[in-house]
Design a protein around this ligand. Structure first.
Ligand SMILES: Nc1nc2c(c(=O)[nH]1)N[C@H]1C(S)=C(S)[C@@H](COP(=O)(O)O)O[C@H]1N2
Ligand SMILES: [Mo]
Length: 299
């Protein structure tokens, strides 16, 4: 496997077109996906056996406010997002800060497929086969220092190519956060692909977070910075409506949103509504993270 994080010497970096980088990235993801399909006979204990949502739905019914607030906006407008070149900075309270090109991360040998439920705070859900790797693997590489307690994530700020950022619907750039133990949980994924292919722009190319037991807005898209910090970081939805969106935002059928119930949800592609599960069905894995916390107060 030849991975080209630095260009061959006969080509100057500025002669490499974004297209060729994109095709490289795509080729590596496809080989990862092929390897995964071969290995799929072994059940991945992290994946749900729920029916997978149609790819068409997962790529045309999106929330990505940088491209508008209608569900169809991102698939129609996100082609303007420039994902090549792209770097992710991992810094803050760490011994070894790191700047990675996404090419460093699109390695078939580190990618796994994880079929996760995604539950949007608005009341719909999907089941998506992601290609990615646990966030904890990257955090281990940077070696968080003893005072690091939270992780702060930031999306690209680029109003020229992200038309939604020209309006102040949210505080830009989009920001999210996790407590360090949530970030280190083996279910917490950084995804670079879905459905055996690179992430489409509207789903958060080239790299996004997936936290399956939390409402969808925690799964921040198109990440440029991951910072280890000491205190709970500000997050965009909480800044815009603090009584509606808390820092934790764990899926909880018993804690309603102030304007609607969270007891049931509509699985995209299914007719009947279904009961929402506590921690989106991942209680066995994650409830221990919240022992002793009042989840009505820490919503
Ligand atoms: N940068 C950014 N990330 C984001 C959002 C956003 O508006 N901007 N929307 C969030 C919300 S509300 C949801 S439900 C999920 C949707 O992910 P999907 O479109 O891939 O299903 O992305 C989340 N990540
Ligand atoms: Mo959402």
């Amino acid at each position: 496997m030849r991975l080209r994080s630095t260009p061959p010497s006969d080509i100057k970096p500025d002669e490499i077109t974004p297209k060729s980088l994109y095709l490289d990235r795509r080729r590596f993801i496809e080989s990862a996906a092929a390897a995964i399909v071969i290995g799929r006979t072994e059940k991945n204990s992290f994946s749900t056996t729920d029916d997978i949502t149609e790819r068409k739905a997962a790529t045309t019914y999106n929330n990505f406010y940088e491209f508008g607030s209608d569900k169809e906006d991102p698939s129609q407008l996100a082609h303007t997002l420039k994902t090549d070149p792209w770097t992710v900075v991992i810094d803050g309270l760490v011994a070894k800060p790191l700047t990675l090109s996404v090419e460093d991360l699109v390695k078939p040998e580190i990618l796994e497929e994880r079929i996760y439920r995604l539950r949007c705070v608005e009341g719909w859900s999907m089941v998506i086969p992601w290609l990615g790797f646990p966030l904890k693997d990257i955090l281990a590489r940077v070696e968080p220092t003893g005072n690091a307690r939270f992780v702060s994530f930031t999306t690209l700020l680029d109003p020229e190519h992200m038309p939604g950022q020209r309006r102040s619907v949210l505080e830009w750039p989009y920001r999210e956060g996790l407590r360090l133990d949530e970030a280190m949980h083996p279910l917490t994924l950084l995804a670079v692909g879905m459905y055996g292919d690179v992430l489409p722009n509207q789903d958060g190319a080239p790299i996004r977070l997936v936290v399956p037991w939390k409402y969808g807005f925690k799964s921040i898209k198109s990440i440029v910075r991951i910072s280890l910090v000491e205190t709970q970081p500000p997050i965009s939805w909480n800044l815009s409506a603090p009584t509606e969106y808390g820092f934790y935002s764990n899926v909880n059928p018993e804690v309603d949103h102030p304007r609607w119930s969270q007891a049931t949800e509509r699985r995209i592609g299914h007719f009947l509504r279904r009961k929402t599960q506590v921690f989106n069905g991942y209680a066995e894995e994650v409830s221990g993270l919240y022992t002793g916390m009042d989840l009505r107060v820490n919503f």
